[in-house]
Design a protein around this ligand. Structure first.
Ligand code: BTN
Length: 319
């Protein structure tokens, strides 16, 4: 089915006969595969008598060779899937099977994309980026401090390099454009964080998605913001480069060296917020973050720090 998609990816018309000849199957087998593409991957296909078949929108798929072509320096080996439950879940399986880190897991589609706090991550075929980078950490806890915030900065800079304006970070690791989510980050860890462990840096970016009924919060995409179709292979290359730079700085100097840069990108700096922890809610004003990446809030005039993966921030109604 993927071979058929690649043939149609140029956005031109192809006759059933040509497609059948290229795939070595009959015209009726081509017809069946086309129906499958439409139904399963939600890809509209124009069928015009005498001309053949054309994808309603041109499509470019993820390819390691194209990522390498766009990369200027070192690149990470990539395992690319057409469809997977979750790139983070696949990354964890690959670690268990002994795959040597660093490596990337990418997918065109996820059937069980994981978000923070048990949420689903909408993952339609070939529209967005579902990216998991696996790192081996052997430097103890210091290498983990503030790591998810560092990944946020790297994603932010990659988005800005494509012309996405007004993009900022929301503690701990949401990436927003005018309060609409454009990307999210989910870190998962296996092993002993005090000794040797592996961390999966899961990144979801809304790239060319224009519509979906699967997201229950305000969202946007790079395509919506810039008005152009983004080349996802180029995005992977830029994201790799951005991550290599920020992860290198973090390894050398710890999170403290990036604390100020992160605060400058924080969209809710100085704003009155509620911090939600399960059923508990703490009201305060955002002071910033500390050298470990914990959130600093003024609560009833007293500074308090908060950290933990299950926390989330909301703007207060009175703000
Ligand atoms: C969030 O809730 O903001 C985090 C979303 C993280 C989604 C990405 S998509 C790639 C990777 N694989 C997953 O299953 N989740 C992360």
């Amino acid at each position: 089915m993927l071979k058929l998609l690649k043939l149609l990816g140029d956005g031109r018309f192809h006759s059933g006969q040509d497609l059948g000849a290229a795939l070595g199957v009959s015209r009726s087998a081509v017809w069946k595969q086309l129906q499958h593409l439409e139904a399963e991957l939600n890809l509209p296909i124009h069928k015009v008598r005498g001309r053949g078949y054309q994808l309603a929108k041109p499509l470019s798929l993820l390819e390691e060779s194209a990522i390498v072509e766009h990369s200027q320096g070192e690149h990470w080996p990539a395992l690319i899937f057409d469809c997977i439950d979750s790139t983070n879940a696949q990354a964890l399986r690959a670690i268990a099977e002994g795959q040597v880190a660093p490596f990337l897991v990418l997918a065109e589609r996820q059937t069980a994309g994981r978000g923070r706090r048990g949420r689903q991550w909408a993952s339609p075929f070939a529209e967005n980026l579902y990216y998991s980078l696996v790192l081996r950490i052997d430097g103890g806890m210091r290498q983990l401090e503030g790591l998810s915030l560092v990944v946020g900065l790297a994603v932010l800079r990659a988005l800005q390099s494509f012309g996405v304006a007004e993009v900022g970070l929301k503690w701990p690791n949401d990436i927003l454009v005018n309060n609409q989510k454009i990307a999210g980050i989910l870190l998962e860890l296996v092993g002993d964080p005090a000794d040797v462990c592996h961390v999966v840096l899961g990144i979801g970016i809304n790239v060319n998605m224009q519509a979906t009924s699967e997201v229950d919060q305000q969202w946007t995409s790079m395509g919506r913001e810039t008005g152009v179709v983004i080349d996802r292979n180029q995005l992977v290359a830029r994201l790799n480069k951005s991550l290599q730079g920020y992860l290198g700085q973090h390894r050398q100097a710890g999170f403290g060296g990036l604390q100020h840069e992160w605060e400058q990108a924080h969209v809710w700096q100085g704003r009155p917020v509620s911090l939600i922890a399960g059923v508990n809610k703490i009201d305060g004003v955002v002071l910033g973050i500390d050298a470990q990446g914990a959130l600093r809030l003024a609560v009833d005039g007293v500074e308090k720090s908060f950290s933990g993966g299950e926390l989330s921030l909301r703007l207060r109604d009175d703000s």
